[in-house]
Design a protein around this ligand. Structure first.
Ligand SMILES: NC(=O)C1=CN([C@@H]2O[C@H](COP(=O)(O)OP(=O)(O)OC[C@H]3O[C@@H](n4cnc5c(N)ncnc54)[C@H](OP(=O)(O)O)[C@@H]3O)[C@@H](O)[C@H]2O)[C@@H](O)CC1
Ligand SMILES: Nc1ncnc2c1ncn2[C@@H]1O[C@H](COP(=O)(O)OP(=O)(O)O)[C@@H](O)[C@H]1O
Ligand SMILES: [K+]
Length: 512
């Protein structure tokens, strides 16, 4: 599997372990890295007249000297612009010594329209914002609209966080090695990378496995084996029953969107739990989805005892107030009931169910930490995240990945930190970054659909982290396929072809 994401520290360790295991040494890895980049330049720009290779002082620059040697050897006019000499005896110094082209100082870098830039200034070792000659080089490339091929990362982009330190190149393509890094998927880094090419430079899967990376690029391979399909003897309640709480008479649509999505995702039964004063409105808009009057905690208990739901959605359109907190805490206490049948497997708290706890988040976290509490998945967008986790949100150094993980650990919940680069994190540190979305999903009610898909999968006994990862991927795939014109009402039906392909692919995934 090659979807693991490596931090720069993990990549350095992979490098070290590979060299220690032999037979490939540091300069060997560097030669392979440079060969991969040069190959990509020649493949993309076969008639390039002139390539400018910008080399930094570290190993990223070392890769650049290899690229320049190979391009020049292929007959391409190549100029090296160097920022500082490599450290003596380093692999980069060896690579520079093997390169027959004299370098010119980066401080006088100039280029002509139509030429190509290879950015080998800084990669995993980026330690501060780009300034001086490097920042000027970014300006030159940008002003002339020169295609840039970045080595490992566009200089200026942090591989761990995807942040831009100062300024950064906007590459047409980025060639990285062994595994992608979080900064290739997190924004704004993702946008600066262009096409990402993953090159095998001889760092084996066994080495990566020894590092036990905890973050992945969210793809079906990670959760498909847990993806539910109905058993031959299924009946509707065996497929899982989801309860979705509705808001008052003028705020019922969000719950219905969520309910429809839960049903499309395979829950055998879905009930909208409506306040008495919104029953008529809801009844007028529901067909296969059931409806039950729910005004207080006693109504919830009765529903749980009699109808045996396995998952709930609380929050979409529900309103922020005492009732939201009371309902949320009552749901989290479901596992504490004496009646074992009153066990609820999973809860999805979205929107108002998150905001409602902004003044006293600890009460929510404590309830979620209690033994036997149902598994909790929370799906905050950026605003909701900062209401529940203000200190984590305000941290200007941590990545979105780190933030989601910290929040998951604190809340004992799976956190789906939404956005164009949604991060899913579990309390145990596992995390995934989603990259198959599209901006078409930025439409009102889209998040309500996501919470419904998540609950639908939870109700079918999919484990919470996997259910959340699957829901995010499925939602994003449906939205990207639908494309222009998408509104949230379209999403439940747009799930159908996505689900069909997953079900068809499922048996091919090795179990174990
Ligand atoms: N690991 C592997 O498996 C493999 C790794 N490989 C390659 O190695 C790369 C990592 O190399 P690396 O560790 O030497 O770091 P690199 O990115 O060259 O930067 C360090 C130098 O830049 C300097 N510097 C940093 N930021 C700066 C700034 N803004 N402005 C000015 N200076 C700045 C920094 O200075 P310092 O922080 O020490 O002050 C230091 O001198 C990796 O991206 C990949 O391309 C491949 O060869 C294949 C195998
Ligand atoms: N630019 C984007 N690219 C990909 N996905 C996006 C983008 N903008 C929003 N989304 C996704 O759309 C959904 C919006 O959810 P949310 O903000 O809760 O909206 P609402 O409250 O209107 O339902 C989330 O799943 C989010 O990840
Ligand atoms: K670079």
């Amino acid at each position: 599997m090659s979807d693991e994401l490596l931090t720069s520290a993990e990549m350095g360790e992979a490098d070290r372990l590979t060299i220690a295991a032999g037979p490939i040494d540091g300069i060997g890895l560097m030669r392979r890295a440079g060969e991969a980049v040069a190959g990509e330049v020649l493949r993309r720009y076969p008639s390039a007249m002139h390539v400018h290779v910008l080399c930094g002082p570290g190993n990223n620059g070392g890769d650049g000297y290899v690229v320049a040697r190979i391009l020049a050897g292929s007959g391409v006019a190549t100029t090296i612009w160097a920022s500082g000499a490599p450290r003596p005896q380093s692999d980069a110094a060896l690579a520079a010594a093997e390169c027959p082209i004299a370098s010119r100082p980066l401080s006088v870098f100039e280029a002509e329209p139509g030429s190509i830039v290879v950015d080998a200034l800084y990669g995993a070792g980026l330690s501060k914002p780009l300034s001086g000659d490097a920042a000027r080089a970014v300006g030159v490339a940008t002003a002339l609209h020169l295609p840039v091929v970045a080595v490992d990362l566009p200089s200026g982009v942090s591989g761990d966080s995807g942040r831009v330190l100062g300024v950064a190149f906007a590459a047409a393509a980025t060639v990285t090695f062994a595994r992608k890094k979080p900064g290739h998927l997190l924004l704004p880094g993702r946008e600066r990378c262009g096409d990402i090419v993953l090159a095998d430079i001889g760092i084996g899967d066994d080495i990566i496995a020894r590092l036990q990376p905890r973050a992945v690029d969210n793809r079906p391979a990670h959760w498909l084996r847990d993806f539910p399909v109905p058993a031959v003897d299924a009946h509707k309640y065996k497929r899982g029953h989801v309860g979705v709480f509705s808001g008052g008479p003028s705020a019922t649509g969000a719950a219905r969107l969520s309910a429809l999505a839960a049903a499309r995702s395979g829950a055998g039964a879905v009930t909208v739990l409506s306040p008495g004063n919104a029953m008529t409105v809801n009844a007028g808009h529901l067909t296969s989805i059931m409806l039950s009057k729910t005004d207080d905690v006693a109504d919830i208990r009765e529903f749980v005892g009699e109808r045996r739901p396995s998952a709930f959605v609380l929050g979409p359109g529900f309103g922020v107030g005492d009732k939201t907190r009371t309902f949320g805490l009552a749901l989290l206490a479901c596992g504490q009931a004496q009646d074992a049948a009153a066990q609820v497997d999973g809860l999805v708290f979205d929107a108002d169910a998150i905001t409602a706890f902004r003044e006293a988040p600890e009460i929510l976290f404590e309830a979620a930490r209690r033994p036997n509490a149902p598994a909790l998945v929370m799906t905050p967008h950026e605003g909701e995240f900062s209401r529940l986790f203000p200190d984590i949100a305000d941290d200007n150094v941590s990545s979105k990945l780190d933030k989601a993980r910290a929040a998951a650990a604190r809340a004992n919940a799976v956190i789906v930190y939404k956005g164009a680069d949604t991060v899913i994190a579990a309390p145990d540190g596992r995390a995934a970054i989603n990259s198959n979305g599209a901006a078409w999903l930025a439409t009102a009610g889209s998040g309500d659909v996501l919470s419904g898909i998540t609950a639908g999968l939870l109700a079918q006994a999919m484990p919470p982290f996997e259910a959340a990862c699957a829901a995010v991927w499925i939602h994003a795939d449906a939205g990207s396929r639908f494309g222009p014109g998408l509104i949230a009402e379209d999403l439940p039906l747009a799930l159908v072809p996505v689900l069909r392909e997953l079900v068809e692919a499922r048996p091919k995934v090795p179990v174990g």
